[in-house]
Design a protein around this ligand. Sequence first.
Ligand SMILES: Nc1ncnc2c1ncn2[C@@H]1O[C@H](COP(=O)(O)OP(=O)(O)OP(=O)(O)O)[C@@H](O)[C@H]1O
Ligand SMILES: [Mg+2]
Length: 412
Amino acid sequence: MQVKGGLAGSFQPSFVEPTAISVPASPDKRLGDLEFDIGAAALAQPGRHAVWPMAKGIITDFDAMERLWAACIYKRLCVYPEDHNFILTEPPLNPPEHRETTAEIMFETFDVPGLHIGVQAVLALYAGWAMAEKAGTKRQLASTVHHSGNPLTGVVIDSGDGCTHCIPVVDGYVVGSAIRSIPLAGRDVTRHMLHMLRSSHGAALPPLQAADLAVKVKEQLCYTCSNPEREAGKYTSEPGKYAREYSFVDARSGKEVSITVDHERYLGPEIFFNPSLTSFNDGRVVPLHAAVDDAVQSCAIDTRRALYGNVMLSGGSTMFRDFDKRVQKEVQTLVNARTGGSASTSGAVEGQQVMGPPQVQVVAHPLQRHAVYAGDSVLGASPAFRSAVVTRAEYEEHGAHIVRNNPVYTEW
Ligand SMILES: Nc1ncnc2c1ncn2[C@@H]1O[C@H](COP(=O)(O)OP(=O)(O)OP(=O)(O)O)[C@@H](O)[C@H]1O
Ligand SMILES: [Mg+2]
């Protein structure tokens, strides 16, 4: 899990670091205010051990989190918090008490003038919408918008390192009861890659470097195919066209080593669609497309057409080439199988002509790697932010309770 931060208006975060802080190994040795580090530096500090203040996106240690925020603000962003409004993000179904504690720390420790706590899935939708608007495809997306006209309707597939969530959002509200999660994400693809690379290249992989190499091969060479059987045939008939060489320096010998990566290229991300490929899967994990379909089917019938029409990708593990096309194809197949491919009233809006089965549209866009951050950043720089922010005066008047419920962005 990583912490990302930057200034409003920038599409990419100015820092991305592991969500870890260093603390002294012996408890009696106290650290000064900012005498600790975070992220990669924290993990590498001798004589200290690393603390991870979050697990699965939820804060588990607020003292450590406060230090992490302090380091992000003073050491990474290099700003005085009392001069800036802040946006923090939370996973769906974050406990309301956590929102209140977060507000207390931001207003009382850091003295911020204003705070907005945004829901990650909603911000990812916001980023996708902003990109569509920038690219001039707003009109196309608008045809999929829910009948209320609010573009913040869609299903977000958020796949990072630890977990993959399918989160339906209707008119800016997360449909909490319809969220579906599968325990497959980036680290599982890495593990699967490592397993395959070890089987095919055993001795060539230095044990201490193997895990890092698996991540690099995954990020640089893997892609999603439309049909694994057909893809296997391509590699067999024309290996030279599809296989790739990956070179690295063996730290033991200092020599350059080259390995050939072939079927692993498409079989890595294939676990999202065929979880039974993984040796560590107990057979009960549903494929990603089934989770998306189930999430939509758990929402009100009149929202489903709009939800299928705006499936937004977010997070590092959605970055495989053609991931969007495969998800779209598989979900559409499930939808067609249910409706028999014929006209259906499912999700049709009253008074509208029935137009056949819902059309699935999966949206990939240039900001999807850090979509939540990008959504924050666009929101922070837009006029809509003024109505979303809780000011210090409001906090002082109402107390932390004011952040208990999340406002929704409706200004466009
Ligand atoms: N180009 C890429 N292709 C495939 N995977 C990638 C790519 N870039 C990053 N990843 C993978 O994405 C994952 C990190 O994604 P992300 O930054 O969204 O996670 P996170 O938000 O820190 O974690 P989580 O959401 O699980 O808490 C890692 O597994 C990384 O290897
Ligand atoms: Mg994430």
